[in-house]
Design a binder for this molecule. Structure first.
Ligand SMILES: [Zn+2]
Length: 245
């Protein structure tokens, strides 16, 4: 009697264990599928890492992300890059920007447009002469809206370039030429941004310049394009505007 009960108890336990294992097996396969489905439908997958805005300096004049405007002069104001490279037409840019500009111009060529560099790197001394001649010709107010004071020009970093096309060099007309429109629309693919537009004058402190492009690298130019942000000031939360520091 005792033996029979024990056998029955053991059998019951075995059956219960068997049932539990069977259930677990049944439950496991669909549970994986379910969790997989949940991951994709609820969007609980880890998000792509957000853009790291601290990757490069915005104050070091040798940085591709340096922000130079009327509130932020180059530091030191006498800064001069060491790796200036020819971009043709007697103009120079820093090596990385020069390589990018070559690709930019090749892309234009492939689309049927010929672009040229009208003004690349300008030294502090050159900017003194440029600014003074603008003041002499148009007065300080107009000079300030069109030309940077020495030590405040992006051209001194070696990252900026004024682009022109046949018959339209450093003139508003460039913006309405097919070349100018192509350049404005495609610059970001080569790491450049059209720096001064009608829409962002209050941020940049400059009137629209359809010809002035700034190299920032494709990582940032693509991000700005994606976010539909046109100024470095807005993107990095840096002051700008038309008032000199
Ligand atoms: Zn310029």
């Amino acid at each position: 009697m005792m033996k029979k009960t024990l056998t029955l108890a053991l059998l019951t336990i075995l059956v219960v264990i068997g049932i539990l294992l069977f259930w677990r097996g049944l439950a496991e396969a669909p549970s994986h599928a379910t969790s997989g489905t949940l991951t994709t439908t609820t969007g609980s997958t880890p998000k792509a890492p957000s853009f790291d805005k601290t990757q490069y300096s915005t104050t070091d004049p040798s940085s591709i992300w340096v922000v130079v405007n009327k509130q932020h002069p180059l530091n030191p104001t006498s800064y001069a890059p060491t790796d200036l490279t020819s971009v043709g037409n007697g103009q120079y840019m820093r090596a990385e920007a020069a390589t990018a500009l070559t690709s930019f111009f090749a892309g234009a060529k492939a689309a049927g447009y010929t672009l040229r560099a009208d003004s690349g790197y300008r030294s502090y001394a050159t900017q003194v002469a440029t600014y003074n001649s603008e003041v002499k010709s148009f007065g300080q107010a107009k000079a300030d809206s069109e030309s940077a004071r020495p030590g405040y020009s992006e051209h001194q970093t070696g990252w900026a370039v004024d682009i022109g096309a046949a018959g339209c060099d450093i003139e508003d007309c460039f913006g309405s030429t097919a070349e100018g429109r192509w350049a404005a629309a495609n610059a970001y693919q080569y790491g450049f941004i059209l720096r001064y537009t009608d829409a962002n004058t209050s941020m940049t402190g400059y009137r629209a310049e359809a010809w002035h492009f700034r190299y920032v690298g494709t990582q940032l130019s693509n991000e700005l394009h994606k976010e539909n942000v046109t100024t470095l000031e807005q993107f990095f939360g840096i002051t700008g505007g038309s008032t000199y520091k």
